[in-house]
Design a protein around this ligand. Sequence first.
Ligand code: UDP
Length: 407
Amino acid sequence: MNSRNIENKSEGKGAFRFLMISLPYSGHVNPTLGTVRSLIDAGHHVGYVLDPRWRDAVEETGAEFIPYDRYPNNPNAFQRTLVAGRRAFSTAQRIGGSYDAVLYEALFSYGKSLADQLGVPGIRLSSTFAYTQAILDRLAQTGGAHVTRLVHDGLVMRLVSKPAHNRGLIQKNTIAAEIVSNPPDLTYVYTTRSFQIDSDDFPEDRFRFIGPSLSGHTRQAEKSIDFDTVRRPLIYISLGTLLNKSMKFYRACIEAFGGDKMSVIMSVGERIDVSRLGQLPENIKVFRSIDQLSVLRQADLFVTHGGMNSVNESLYYRVPMIVVPMGNDQPTVGARVEELGLGKVIPRDKISPADLHLQSLEVMKSSAIRDNLARMSSDIATAGGNDRAVREITELVGRKLAGKNNP
Ligand code: UDP
């Protein structure tokens, strides 16, 4: 690298090379695509290490796509949960020498160790809440059996963590400790400080809350909707991409809203047998996957599972919510939505068509919820978004590089 280039870079002006790493889950990849696009728009290079199925989405941002080494084109659940992280790490380690900084989504808990081994700054991007041990404990109480076992049961946590520790993938003894007590230089959280739980526990010098990052990306979206033919109010229903197989939930929605004056758009994912929903009322349209942002832009109510991205997107478009959490972090996110008066929670085992119908009408006409959504919208507008992240990340990397070249 010539001296002019180093000088430019240390002033935050030059083009940096960023290595971005994520695990293969839409909810964890989608918001990072917005950040990557902003880095590229600002003139930087990004190499993105990810599962091969994300090639098109990554290349659309202008980033260089780098598939995990020795990884199948169609991974099964075991490969996605246990193999992906290790392959992501070894791939990034193999090529990482030519990069100025490592960016990683928070679920890839090996990012800090990777950045330290490469001797470059590490920057974490968090698509859900930032975590303390107390927040992880709360998730363990409400998130369902597998989260509880992983976070709370010391034995399971140690069994998963020990090989990672032995291989140098984490620096603390457990993955939980790595996440909460070994933060990198900077963590960017895709929500506002006002939405984060226990926000005083996250000092501003290390944690920056930049608000939602709407990438606009939809994998395998079927088609967009003709909103001219839609009747008001428009209710949008989705359980996201992971815990989205509850026939009981979909049937309750059809019974609650079917034949009513409203229009309903329901996205049900790839894994249920749609014919088992029976004959659909004419006011309900079912899709496997849709362009969620374009629907939320028009919707009057979002009946959601409470995935952090879906909630962020709903808040961005000021759409009130009924949250029916299915597991993982969703009960915690739902509780926060209700606590801040942005919508209501209906527990999945309590859902009945009559109650869902009644609560939906109440939420849609609540002026208190409308006011709270307006306040949240102004918090989002001032949080800084990806432009702020790019500005600060570039300054940090420039400073570190200058320090390295002039020790
Ligand atoms: N999504 C979409 N179209 C759909 C359903 C979901 O684009 O038909 C997107 C949605 O906009 C969000 C992501 O998939 O960005 C789901 O993430 P979330 O954190 O809400 O839930 P998860 O799928 O991780 O449970």
